[in-house]
Design a protein around this ligand. Structure first.
Ligand code: ATP
Length: 496
């Protein structure tokens, strides 16, 4: 059966995964709050990334374990950072004001305008009518007699364009640049000298600390610095639930290497990152690589590939989940020029004397943590008419917010006491929930929607046979497990 975004969003709110931010005030466009289960899911993804990237990084192409250190830099940095990185001058979306329109195509949440010589512009529903975003690489195609907008970059976002509606002829003003960085002021005086920015990516905090890390941590190139944290972008058109929001979390690794080794590392990280997403239980068919064409590469990038996921937006389609970019020596060179601090690395081990001094090249796997949450939510959502909830969330057990439910069948005959004891045991190692209320069917339904992989029921027999019934979420199969084997059972199921 089809998954729909509306159903997923509704479940997220109903079960405490994701709420609209400022819900009681009618929300605020582009911002979301992670509820108890969403926070647990997000933390599980983050912890696994940290484990696999920093604490136990992969074995490299030469058979040696890689060296990566962690960092947690400030969200607000000296504003010169963003001049050096190119974000002040270049981190823009072109926008036009719409006075009248030329050719208008309509779809679910978007109107598209085509103006000869000016390209194609999308206007989003619920946005001020004057704001448009230029579509990159868009083309209109006729498909089944219906007009559909196809863009190679962002097919997910602009589905099913129907039209044209030429009632409204008109013009667009000159495009103007709209910087995506949020501005704020540091200190009591609000003038240009006090202006600062909320970081639009975590990467620059890493480059700013490259020298500190090299000088204090005894690391040798090649090595990586990893960071997880919030980033902020004043997106012109936040959309698709938590896919594109104005406040989000990123997981970024900057891998510093010798220039001549950079192609090898680019290739290594590209495949490593794809495998990592598969390790979260994301199915192969829903993941793919997409290489960037030369004309789409960002100013700093020499090569870039996206790991894409097939999101179930109103027209299911692949969209970015992570970008792996070859940034060359762009960032460190820029910061060297702007700060006057030398970023050169001295590579004693290189036998070729001419190649001992260099500014390292950088391979950057940059992923969205909150986008990863969306991927696991979409991936897990499984409609099933045979169940009371009509749906269950099929998280890989290791990433499920709640690992097990503990249910006394009825609140008498010693069952609550046994259940309570089991609960006290299990909670020391795993996130488990005790639930003694309502019918067993309702309790299963709630756990199905929360994506809890196992439920242990203590029934009338437990006092005699010292065993409980475990119910498997995915198959609904039930089996008997001895009470003193429950912990081992759970450990084993959660191991991979
Ligand atoms: P786009 O071109 O779609 O704006 P991007 O290519 O600029 O995105 P990056 O700068 O490469 O994105 O950011 C790395 C990752 O951060 C993305 O792959 C995505 O997972 C995540 N990300 C970027 N912007 C947002 C956002 N507005 N909301 C949620 N996640 C985001």
């Amino acid at each position: 059966e089809e998954k729909s975004m509306e159903d997923i969003v509704a479940l997220c709110k109903r079960r405490g995964f994701v709420y609209p931010a400022s819900d009681i005030y009618g929300g605020i466009n582009g911002f979301w709050d992670y509820g108890p289960l969403g926070t647990a899911l997000k933390n599980n993804i983050r912890d696994w990334w940290w484990k696999q990237t920093v604490e136990c990084p992969p074995i490299g192409p030469d058979g040696e374990p890689l060296s990566v250190v962690g960092l947690d830099s400030a969200i607000i940095q000296n504003p010169k950072t963003w001049e050096a990185s190119g974000h002040v001058g270049g981190f823009n979306d072109p926008m036009v004001d719409c006075t009248e329109t030329k050719k208008r195509y309509r779809a679910d949440h978007v109107e598209v305008l085509i103006v000869e010589g000016r390209g194609m512009w999308a206007f989003m529903e619920n946005q001020p009518d004057t704001i448009a975003k230029k579509l990159k690489k868009a083309k209109i195609a006729i498909d089944d007699g219906e007009r559909k907008l196809l863009t190679e970059l962002d097919v997910a976002v602009y589905p099913n364009i129907i039209g044209p509606d030429t009632d409204k002829p008109g013009t667009l003003t000159e495009p103007r640049q709209f910087n995506l960085m949020f501005e704020t002021f540091v200190g009591a005086i609000r003038n240009d000298d006090a202006k600062a920015y909320l970081r639009p990516e975590t990467a620059q905090g890493i480059f700013l600390n490259y020298k500190n890390v090299v000088d204090t941590m005894r690391v040798k190139v090649p090595f990586g610095i990893a960071q997880v944290g919030k980033s902020f972008r004043n997106e012109v058109t936040p959309r698709n639930f938590i896919f594109r929001s104005r406040e989000f979390e990123q997981m970024e690794l900057e891998w510093f290497c010798a220039p001549e080794d950079s192609p090898k590392w680019y290739d290594f990280w590209k495949h490593e990152r794809m495998n990592w997403w598969k390790s979260l239980g994301v199915t192969d068919d829903n993941l793919r690589f997409r290489d960037h064409d030369d004309d789409e590469l960002a100013h700093y990038s020499r090569m870039c590939v996206d790991v894409e996921y097939k999101y179930p937006f109103s027209a299911p389609s692949f969209g970015e989940l992570e970008g792996v970019a070859h940034r060359g020596c762009f960032d460190l060179t820029q910061h060297q020029e702007h700060s006057g601090t030398k970023m050169e690395y001295f590579d004693q081990a290189n036998p070729d004397k001419d190649k001992q001094r260099y500014i390292p090249n950088v391979i950057e796997p940059a992923s969205g943590l909150t986008r990863g949450v969306l991927v696991l939510l979409c991936e897990a959502y499984t409609p099933d008419e045979s169940r009371a909830a009509k749906v269950f969330m099929k998280f890989k057990p290791k990433f499920a917010p709640i690992k097990a439910g503990i249910f006394p069948l009825v609140n008498k005959e010693g069952m609550p006491e046994i259940a309570h004891k089991l609960y006290l045991d299990l909670r020391q190692k795993h996130t488990v929930q005790m639930d003694a209320k309502q019918s067993i069917g309702k309790r299963y339904a709630r756990m199905d929607e929360a994506g809890t992989p196992f439920c242990f029921t203590i029934d009338g027999e437990t006092a005699n046979d010292q065993a409980v019934t475990v119910r498997h979420r995915d198959t609904q199969a039930q089996e008997r497990v001895p009470l003193d084997k429950v912990t081992a059972f759970l450990d084993e199921q959660l191991a991979d």
